[in-house]
Design a protein around this ligand. Structure first.
Ligand SMILES: [Mn+2]
Length: 279
């Protein structure tokens, strides 16, 4: 029997987190017109005008597999960059937001969590697309199962330089200062920052850009040993752990290179689409 009940909670931060635990119910709704259909998870599409194949894959996903789903969870970095919600009306963003809107109108609830590239996507994006914004991390309860959803970059604690940048990029005051600048200047800045980050990544060891094992353990423990689903690292895999005697799983979503790739959950089992190597 497919579980029909679904709830979303803000996840507990691990005990070493300075901001402490939080557990607030989110005002989100699930289009339960299709309760027998699966939940789909995607991340790291990095949609950009310069990659029309990936855009086409996403549009095909929205008009195909997404409509055969109860809900779709986008776990960050949908966009290669998002300069601010006042850019939602650009031709490129409008095409994508309208396509998401149409899928929502067709009865699939779409949930969106920001990543590092689209950290500035907010209520304006939600209004334009019909997607519902969820926090990083969010605990999704489906029947008896608890899935912990995250973008994944917060777990890459070995990369201290990146974590310092992440704190800044998520600081509301810093965001307001950035958003006060003209859109054209913001876009130019983000383009340059992206190039610099690509260069910096080439100089970093692979290990420090992956998740830190203790960070994963702490987060799973703080949330009562759920199944973790995240993206960001572009290293699709299914990891299993034994933590305090509890068996936990961690699914890492693949990025999209000219093809649509997703993880599906039917309330009991996870299934990766056939193109998901490593899952
Ligand atoms: Mn990312």
């Amino acid at each position: 029997m497919f579980p029909t009940k679904m709830s979303l909670l803000n996840a507990q931060k691990s005990s070493d987190s300075p901001s402490g635990p939080s557990s607030v119910s989110l005002q989100v709704s699930d289009a339960s017109v299709k309760p027998e259909l699966p939940f789909l998870f995607i991340a790291d599409l990095h949609l950009a005008e310069k990659c029309p194949e990936t855009v086409a894959s996403f549009l095909g996903f929205l008009s195909g597999p997404a409509r055969q789903a109860r809900s779709v969870f986008i776990l960050g970095d949908l966009f290669e960059y998002w300069a601010g919600d006042d850019d939602a009306g650009s031709a490129f963003n409008q095409t994508l937001c309208s396509a998401i809107q149409e899928t929502v109108a067709a009865g699939t609830a779409i949930f969106f969590m920001v990543g590092n590239r689209d950290v500035l996507a907010g209520e304006g994006f939600a209004r334009a697309s019909g997607a519902q914004i969820i926090n990083d991390a969010t605990l999704l309860r489906i029947g008896e199962r608890a899935l912990l959803l995250s973008h994944g970059d917060a777990l890459c604690t070995d990369d201290r330089e990146y974590q310092a940048f992440r704190l800044q990029a998520r600081d509301k005051k810093q965001q307001a200062m950035f958003l006060a600048q003209p859109l054209a200047i913001r876009k130019a800045f983000l383009n340059k920052a992206r190039d610099q980050s690509e260069t910096a990544k080439r100089d970093k060891r692979m290990e420090i850009m992956d998740v830190n094992a203790d960070a994963v353990t702490n987060l799973l423990r703080a949330n009562n040993y759920p199944t973790l689903v995240h993206g960001h690292t572009h290293r699709p895999a299914r990891h299993t752990y034994l933590i305090d005697g509890h068996r936990c799983e961690r699914y890492v979503l693949p990025d999209w290179h000219d093809r649509a790739v997703w993880l599906s959950f039917d309330g009991v089992e996870f299934t990766a689409c056939s193109d998901c190597e490593g899952l």
